[in-house]
Design a protein around this ligand. Structure first.
Ligand code: FES
Length: 150
């Protein structure tokens, strides 16, 4: 089994896994970074969203063998103390209901604001479209993104 050296949340990790192992499995089963959630496993729900060199990606679709020296950020590494503007806005608006999808929502929202600090409602709709929330917290998600963008 090959060894892969990964840079995650500015720390170096080494894992021995098959080349086609999705990053999501590496995070949760090998590195105990369980903030990233398994929802569908086929790229349809967004629960597993992490940042790949700053861009939001679905870690269930990202094979460990293609990561190379790229920088991965998970919800655990988004901020030092949970004080990223998006995280603070999430608390302010009391966004989560069951909470399961929220790490993926936050990671996608943080990536959006990095490239578009002042998104319109339409920009938010387009960017967040693929992140599913069974509890239907979409209105509060949008309000929190608006707050975080101020
Ligand atoms: Fe990756 Fe659903 S678990 S998109």
């Amino acid at each position: 089994m090959p060894t892969y050296k990964l840079s995650i949340n500015n720390k170096k990790y080494s894992v021995d896994v098959d080349e086609d192992t999705p990053l999501l499995w590496v995070l949760r089963d090998h590195l105990d970074l369980v903030g990233t959630k398994y929802g569908c496993g086929i790229g349809q729900c967004g629960a597993c969203t992490v940042h790949f060199n700053g861009t939001a990606v679905r870690s269930c679709l990202l094979a460990v063998s293609v990561i190379g020296n790229s920088k991965i950020t998970t919800i655990e590494g988004l901020s030092a103390n949970g004080d990223h503007p998006v995280q603070k806005a999430w608390l302010e608006h009391d966004v989560p209901q069951c909470g399961y999808c929220q790490c993926g929502q936050i990671m996608n929202a943080a990536a959006l604001l990095k490239t578009n600090p002042n998104p319109s409602d339409e920009d938010i709709n387009v960017a967040m479209n693929g992140n599913i929330c069974r509890c239907g917290t979409y209105i509060r998600i949008k309000q929190a993104i608006k707050t975080a963008s101020k």
